[in-house]
Write a protein that binds this ligand. Structure first.
Ligand code: SF4
Length: 453
């Protein structure tokens, strides 16, 4: 194991849905490939007359439904997830529309449909593999193999960890994190903030501005989602549910079951925006982009949370996300949905507890309970679209997060027998044991029993 050096803004990223590993990662790969091509000697660039892009593994199995082609295409044309508007992606939908890729010395005409879906089973070290080859006829002039490793992160052969600062309080797991808190008499959000400053070189004001921007994007996704009616893109013909749920919650004045209906509506809203390919925040992935925004919206609109409390809660949520990413995985293609909605629910439970001002132990217990009850959850999106079961699954994740927070904050800590490190280890093992069929390939489970879409 190695010290955690992930930044908050690597975990929470702004970008287009519907799947961080299938849209944000591939878009970054397309963009990065072109950056590397532009750095090649001019004679190589001017000799090129052909580009090959092949998507393997789960990118091939479910890339069609996830819009992976249009994501790669937009990256090749110089768009990055952070600054890419949803309508830009929409313009790459048609497979036969020609686009000009500028190699700075030569221009290639390329169509989104030229991007190939290759083998689902292969020997590369990560399921989500992308092969980019710049060619002159049959000769390969430049090749780069990228891996979309989940949460919008990419790696490539020869990739080196960027030089980052060393965390002030190094830790690999929750036990070590707790030791720092005890030894230094610190609170969790302060430790995460200090580490973030050290690792990224950002100031506290810059980090707070980044957190506030993230909140704005999350809240906007919920606000748009609860007001938008209609059918989501794709062959399933799935109706948006969020506005109906929200109207019911409002009718009940957000009291009693109206409160839970509102929480459901907020999670459905952000998830439906994700499914529409609109801008969301990976929290920690696109597929799970509805859980934390739902809790955030609930905290701010119905529980009177101040922005400073929200920021602290998000820092606590980030700590949970780091621990899961580092010691298990947040990728559905690696460990199934327990890594996506399971992690999001665990982060959201910690977010709630910490933002509400509970002791650290209540925060850890909330996170543990939420994750424990997602263990073994498979990933089997129907038709390869991040819609069924994903959208409702986000609503379930948000409600479970709230319930985990209620259990942890109501019962005495002595009731708690499982700690967060143990449940993360169980999740990693469960993911390793899980059949490949249940890891974002749409080859089993619900995806197989609903083939008519
Ligand atoms: S089932 Fe879960 S892991 Fe799979 S695509 Fe849907 S949200 Fe992501």
């Amino acid at each position: 194991m190695k010290t955690i050096r992930t930044s908050i803004f690597e975990l929470f990223k702004v970008g287009p849905g519907p799947s961080s590993s299938h849209t944000i990662g591939p878009m970054k790969a397309g963009y990065e490939f072109m950056q590397q091509v532009h750095a090649l000697p001019k004679d190589i660039r001017t000799a090129a007359n052909n580009l090959e892009v092949r998507l393997l593994g789960s990118l091939s199995a479910t890339g069609e439904g996830h819009g992976t082609r249009r994501a790669v295409m937009s990256g090749l044309l110089g768009y990055e997830p952070d600054n890419c508007q949803p309508n830009v992606l929409d313009s790459f939908e048609n497979k036969t529309t020609p686009f000009e890729i500028d190699l700075d010395g030569a221009v290639l005409t390329y169509h989104p449909g030229d991007i190939e879906f290759g083998e689902i089973n292969h020997d590369y070290p990560h399921s989500n593999t992308m092969i980019f080859r710049l060619r002159k006829d049959e000769d390969v002039l430049f090749e780069r193999i990228f891996y979309s490793i989940g949460g919008g992160f990419i790696r490539w052969e020869g990739w080196e960890t960027p030089r980052v600062g060393e965390p002030v309080y190094p830790y690999e797991n929750m036990a070590q994190l707790k030791e720092h808190l005890r030894n230094n008499g610190m609170r969790l959000h302060t430790l995460i903030l200090e580490n973030e400053k050290a690792v990224t070189g950002m100031t506290e004001d810059e980090i707070n501005a980044g957190l506030d921007h993230m909140c704005d994007v999350m809240e906007r996704a919920v606000e748009i989602g609860i007001q938008t009616e209609g059918i989501l893109p794709g062959p399933i013909g799935l109706m948006r549910k969020a506005p109906v749920m929200y109207a019911m919650a409002k009718k009940e004045h957000f009291q009693g079951s109206g409160f839970i209906k509102a929480l459901n509506a907020y999670a459905l809203a952000a998830s439906e925006e994700n499914a529409a390919g609109h801008c969301i925040v990976t929290a920690p992935t696109c597929g799970a982009a509805g859980v934390i925004p739902a809790v955030l919206f609930m905290l701010k609109r119905h529980m009177g949370a101040l922005q400073d409390e929200v920021r602290r809660g998000l820092l606590a949520a980030a700590a949970i996300g780091f621990l899961v990413k580092h010691n298990a995985s947040i990728s559905g293609a690696e460990v199934g949905c327990q890594g996506e909605v399971g992690t999001a629910s665990s982060m959201a439970a910690a977010f709630l507890a910490y933002a509400r001002g509970y002791r650290f132990q209540v925060t850890e217990n909330s996170a543990e309970i939420a994750l424990e009850h997602h263990l073994g959850l498979t990933c089997d999106p129907v038709g390869g679209y991040v819609q069924i079961p994903c959208i409702e699954r986000n609503a379930m994740g948000a409600v479970k997060a709230y319930n985990a927070y209620l259990i942890a904050s109501t019962l005495d800590e002595s009731y708690q027998k499982v700690n967060l490190d143990k449940v993360i280890a169980a999740m990693a093992q469960t993911g390793r044991d899980m059949s490949q069929k249940y890891k974002e390939t749409s080859q089993a489970g619900l995806a197989l029993s609903m083939t008519e879409c």
